[in-house]
Design a binder for this molecule. Structure first.
Ligand SMILES: O=C(O)CC1=CCC(=O)O1
Length: 263
């Protein structure tokens, strides 16, 4: 296990293959998940790439620090980790709020970023009212009170069946997150808007989404791609908000041509 003490948080992270000198993909996670969601992607890409993973503050084994958070808190944690590892010019792959962290990282530290994979994300996600009512619901009933609607956005109906042990594990992963940490990141999402920064992205960027994403639907992700000069857009069939878990083969197949050009 590896932990980095940043200015005001302790961040749990893992590296894979950095000693090989292969191009590095640094992942940033979605709300309510830990970095194990990338396991299947790493398995399929490890012949060509090295990886850096971390749990956002308030998630996984990273500490709570002082919730609520700003998007800048999450961005600074990721920048501190890449600086600690002496990495520059990595391919940043961020999912959902992780995609906003990726956009913030590029805006504040372009030296760290050589290409962006903005997965199931947008320049702005949801409305302040939506995030405030989610924070309120968690204060009253904990994350468990929102399990069902969250899973309906994360995964398609065929995945959400009792016989699917991966689905059961994903429910457990969400329920194990700290309610304070989860709500802390909801506040960061509520207050973040990268609409003005997106047109200034000048590195190769792929925006990718599951065709049945209930949180950041294809039309929203397409609108992000349209804001980015030369932004590319891809759709993964048969997937909701977390295609790296639900359709890892199709997800990696969609990433490969972009990665081949960007590495
Ligand atoms: O809607 C959800 O619960 C999924 C989600 C929104 C932002 C994020 O990171 O995950």
């Amino acid at each position: 296990m590896k932990f980095l003490k940043t200015a005001d948080a302790v961040i749990h992270y893992r590296t894979h293959g950095l000693e090989t000198g292969k191009p590095v993909i640094a992942f940033a996670n979605s709300l309510g998940t830990d970095f194990r969601i990338w396991d299947e992607v790493i398995e399929r890409l490890q012949d060509r790439f090295a990886f850096v993973l971390h749990d956002k503050r308030g998630h996984g084994l990273s500490d709570l620090a002082s919730a609520p958070y700003t998007m800048d808190d999450h961005v600074k944690d990721m920048a501190a980790l890449l600086d600690h590892l002496a990495l520059k010019q990595v391919i940043v792959c961020g999912l959902s709020v992780g995609g906003m962290i990726a956009q913030g990282l590029y805006a504040s530290r372009p030296d760290l970023v050589r290409a962006l994979i903005l997965s199931n994300t947008a320049h702005k996600i949801g409305t302040p009212e939506m995030w405030n009512s989610r924070i309120d619901a968690i204060r009253k009933g904990g994350i468990a009170a929102l399990l069902e609607p969250i899973m309906e956005r994360w995964f398609t109906p065929p995945f959400r069946v009792e016989s699917n042990s991966l689905y059961a594990g994903c429910c457990t992963m969400l329920l194990r997150q700290s309610a304070e940490g989860y709500s802390g990141t909801c506040a960061a999402l509520r207050d973040a808007d990268f609409t003005a920064q997106a047109p200034a992205i000048a590195v190769p960027t792929l925006c990718i989404v599951g065709d049945q994403d209930g949180s950041t639907p294809p039309a929203l992700v397409q609108s992000l791609a349209d804001l980015i000069p030369g932004g590319r857009f891809a759709v993964v069939e048969g997937a909701g908000h977390i295609p790296c878990l639900e359709q890892p083969d199709a997800y990696v197949a969609a990433l490969r041509p972009f990665l081949a050009e960007s590495a």
